[in-house]
Design a binder for this molecule. Structure first.
Ligand SMILES: C[S@@+](CC[C@H](N)C(=O)[O-])C[C@H]1O[C@@H](n2cnc3c(N)ncnc32)[C@H](O)[C@@H]1O
Length: 309
């Protein structure tokens, strides 16, 4: 998609990371009234990170490529399908902001399947956003940015998505419309339980509970619904290896200490928290979502990697 069309379509939700004035799309840049200007790259993203370094420890280009292989092979598709259903059925949602989007799998899926929504997605890592934008055949508005200082106009976003990524609830609340929603995915208690068992001697805790994340969420939002989405996959060794390389669970562990041949299955489990502002305003009118066809792709990351070569 042409970059000017990508960033001028829909509502303009961006604000200048320097002076906080609204940013508008002019030719190949986003520009504010004080003439701060941010170029849209040829791949279709803009860097609005201000002074941030633009990378996070452990997440490098290779880990995002591996994450993409796993996600595109379908190992997280039960979660993306549920998210499509949820976001598609929330009333009055036009603008959707995916915070800490990584290599962009969920934003691309939502953009494709809920084409009437305006998808905006960002991550603090420039490597991840480059990969996300290059892989996008649709019209997601990608930017490099920081959840702790969103270059987004106040109350302009109808749905904040935060999928396995760090949150800044004060900023999310500021960016959200007063009738809006937050949809957050946290690991389920059984997420990657087979890897946890294999690595138990090297992890601080061999059992995981997401309760503290849920409690913290409930301090900031009214919890409307909580949905557990879980699938256990038979997974070829090659995919288990790619998975082990990309998951933050094993980032600090010497991989030679973990024998991946000792499990043939892996559980991918997310708990989806749907929330709304504690001081919510009731929307004026409600609108139903469109139905979504479920995809039926059998996961295989190593195969999908090969087929791309
Ligand atoms: C576990 S990954 C999840 C990525 C993606 N949501 C997914 O589920 O595939 C966490 C992501 O959060 C990003 N991240 C960490 N701190 C961030 C911040 N302050 N602002 C924006 N993104 C951040 C990381 O770069 C990483 O891509």
């Amino acid at each position: 998609m042409n970059n000017t069309i990508r960033f001028s379509s829909g509502r303009s939700v961006f604000r200048c990371p320097i002076c906080e004035e609204p940013l508008l799309c002019e030719k190949n840049s986003l520009v504010c009234s004080k003439h701060h200007s941010f170029d849209i790259s040829k791949h279709g993203y803009v860097n609005l990170a201000g002074g941030t370094k633009g990378s996070t420890e452990h997440y490098d280009k290779e880990s995002f490529q591996k994450r993409q292989q796993i996600l595109e092979a379908g190992y997280y598709s039960h979660i993306s399908e549920e998210l499509i259903d949820i976001v598609g059925s929330l009333p009055n949602v036009v603008t959707v902001l995916d915070c800490g989007c990584g290599e962009g799998f969920y934003a691309r899926e939502l953009d494709q399947r809920l084409s009437e929504k305006q998808l905006i997605a960002f991550d603090i890592s420039r490597d991840s956003i480059q990969l996300a934008a290059k892989s996008d055949k649709g019209g997601v508005q990608w930017f490099v940015g920081d959840s702790t200082n969103l270059p987004i106009r106040s109350h302009s976003i109808n749905c904040i998505l935060d999928i396995f990524a760090p949150a800044n609830y004060a900023e999310f609340r500021r960016a959200m419309s007063r009738t809006g929603y937050i949809v957050k995915v946290v690991p389920g208690n059984g997420h990657l339980k087979e890897f946890r068992e294999l690595a138990k001697d090297h992890l601080r805790k061999s059992e995981y509970s997401n309760q503290s994340l849920v409690d913290y969420f409930e301090k900031h939002f009214e919890l409307v619904e909580r949905k557990l989405v879980s699938r256990t996959f038979e997974m070829p060794l090659e995919d288990r290896e790619i998975f082990a390389d990309m998951t933050p669970l094993l980032f600090n562990i010497d991989r030679s200490q973990i024998d991946l041949t000792k499990t043939e299955t892996l559980t991918v489990e997310g708990e989806i928290l749907i929330g709304r502002p504690l001081d919510r305003e009731e929307p004026k009118k409600a609108k139903g979502g469109k139905s979504n066809k479920a995809k039926n792709t059998k996961p295989n990351a190593s195969k999908s990697k090969k087929s791309k070569k």
